[in-house]
Design a protein around this ligand. Sequence first.
Ligand code: UDP
Length: 235
Amino acid sequence: MQAQPKRILLKISGEALSAEKGVAYDKSILLQVANQIKQAREQGVQVAIVVGGGNFWRGRQYLDINRSASDYMGMLATIMNAVCMRETLTSIGVPALVQTSITVTPIAEPFDPIKANEALNEGKVVIFGGGTGCPYFSTDTTASLRAAEINADALFFAKNVDGIYDKDPKVYADAKKYECLSYDQFIAENLKAMDSTAVIMCKENNTPVYVFALLEENSIVNAINGNTKGGSWIK
Ligand code: UDP
């Protein structure tokens, strides 16, 4: 991206918040993310966030429960992550609020795009919890949906992988990273860095997507400043 975006939707994978299997959060990762969001805000960028839930719940593979119930459990996990992110941000002086698609009023506000827009304009960080509120979807799709609803200039995907590869870089040493690819190419090659529904939504709404490693130093701030050499663009 050439110019600094005015408003971004940052999707943070739940798994990237955890450094150790079986431990939901790594405090230093939470603070590293929060401090970068603080810096983005100080640079005048409005930040909305969607967090995944993979640090708590990775699906029903080992339990005999149905898909919908499992997906709702995943959505509840994203609400815990959203509240945790809010508390981390407020602890370092960044005003933040959580809006959820599934109502949990004692701890978060219900999703309201008008109020979200107002809060972003006031410089507050808005965290969307609970996914879309519908099973059979993902937080990737939630991120593309909310990015469109708040008219974000770009969708930033912070993951525990540093971009989009033609095959899994953890399995194949010769996996090739894309610097930039089109939405159609991503779909045609059946790539896995994001789910295809999310990519199609981004295509339809002209939302540029940047995929990068959350844990690389200053990765969020670098992306905002147009220093996007390490990751992959879809546009
Ligand atoms: N989920 C869902 N609908 C949504 C968003 C999420 O059913 O709109 C469920 C789904 O089961 C998903 C889980 O919540 O696997 C947690 O989200 P995700 O796996 O996307 O988190 P991440 O991999 O980014 O940590």
